[in-house]
Ligand binder design. Structure first.
Ligand SMILES: Cc1cc2nc3c(=O)[nH]c(=O)nc-3n(C[C@H](O)[C@H](O)[C@H](O)COP(=O)(O)O)c2cc1C
Length: 148
């Protein structure tokens, strides 16, 4: 299956997760959201899109890319979404509450894909980031490969 994985990333964690997901899929191409505009996405059977959670939403560039695809142009195309996010348990009471209210990026990416008549083939998935540099103590990279 021809697979395109599109990621957005500020500090590099989402890119690492995207590459780990690709190791769980045969024949997957991984591109940043900036490079994605050069791709002809109709060449791909499955498109996986991932972004860091910023303010409970996807970092804007990934969402802007998806929103720019003409409505219905890729009807029925198989898609899945993932995000990276902060570890809820490590936040103070206020931030825990805020994160609970604001939610995370991947369900929002999935929702916008679904509303464009794309065919969601997996539940959206979130991967926790310790801080901007990782590390990957929770087996995130291995979990990402399995999710792929
Ligand atoms: C401006 C900003 C806003 C953020 N907002 C949230 C948030 O609302 N919820 C959350 O779980 N993590 C939040 N984070 C943490 C990021 O999700 C985390 O740093 C990101 O997954 C790292 O991915 P990257 O290395 O690919 O940029 C925020 C980080 C930044 C820099």
């Amino acid at each position: 299956m021809n697979v395109l994985i599109i990621f957005d990333s500020l500090h590099g964690n989402t890119e690492k997760v995207a590459r780990a997901i690709s190791h769980g899929i045969s024949d997957a191409r991984v591109v940043s959201v900036k490079e994605a505009s050069k791709e002809n996405i109709s060449d791909y059977e499955l498109i996986v899109c991932g972004a860091p959670t910023h303010g409970g939403r996807p970092k804007p560039e990934a969402k802007a890319y998806l929103d720019n695809i003409p409505s219905g142009a890729l009807k029925g195309k198989k898609v899945a979404a993932f995000d990276t996010r902060a570890i809820v348990e490590k936040q103070n009471f206020f931030l825990k509450w805020l994160m609970g209210i604001m939610g995370f990026a991947a369900p929002k990416i999935s929702k916008s894909l679904k509303s464009n008549d794309w065919d969601l083939v997996a539940e959206s998935e979130g991967f926790f980031v310790e801080d901007t540099k990782g590390p990957y103590k929770d087996g995130k990279i291995e979990r990402a490969r399995k999710w792929g």
